[in-house]
Write a protein that binds this ligand. Sequence first.
Ligand code: ADP
Length: 306
Amino acid sequence: MPGIVVVGSIHTDLVITTERLPTPGETRIGGEFHTFPGGKGANQAVAAARLGGEVWMVGRVGADLYGRFQRESLGAAGVHTDFVTTDADAASGVALIMVERGGNNTIVVAPGASGRCAPEDVDRAAAVIAGADALLLQLEIPLETVEYAARLAAQHGVRVILDPAPAQPLPPALLEMVHLVTPNETEAALLCGFDPGERHEPAELAARIQQRVRGPVLITLGAQGVLAMVDGQTLQVPAVPVEAVDATAAGDTFSGALAVALTEGRNLADAIRWANHAAALAVTRLGAQSAVPTRREVDDFAGSSC
Ligand code: ADP
């Protein structure tokens, strides 16, 4: 079983549906309220575990209801939580999400304990990181901690997979330690120093980013699938057509699945195809971790095409 460590955010998504989003100062009576375990780090950990990895989560929660809820959700998916620290001085991270009919949303994240995830947390997990097959990173915890974890993994020859989300420019030193990077189009544009509104061809973005990372660049294109660039060659892998219900955690499921597939020894094209099937299934379901499919579901869905 491939050993995968995820260092990242652990949040709870508090979601209200509403006919339309309120304007500033307006109070509206909404529809249903849902509490979903989320956070990019925890989502990737759950995805990798449910899809066949042995997974350790490194992060922080607060000493509160949501912290306990998160631990339970990670544990139920089989993720090891020994390196999830309970921070007595911060609330657990939450995302307040409003979704209007048609799918537009507004999201405010209060990172709380996730915002205090520190190099010491990574140090506590140093032995499992050093012995892992892959380290998964995203950008919802302090950048200093992300860089610290990447450096530790790189020193031990552990494959580092970075999902550079939420979008932000990154220091060259971090990218140089990364073996594979999986931005969406907005994140790719920002990594290139472009204005997120500017339109650039994914292949151009990938070519620019490839000059800054060690290995492949995979630009995820939502319903269009993935454009990968490896050693200057592009590879387009289409998405799997599905009836989309909620794209939350599509990218996180993709990253978790990709890590499992690569550490099991699949080649990059096969790994992307398999991860596209996993992400497509996640898109057909509501929520973040609750939307992640199991190994059997993905294998059945992918069938002989992988
Ligand atoms: P993010 O969620 O990080 O913005 P994307 O929207 O690019 O990332 O989605 C990540 C992956 O999820 C895609 O590469 C694709 O495999 C899958 N995916 C996303 N949206 C759809 C969709 N509507 N239909 C099928 N697959 C999808």
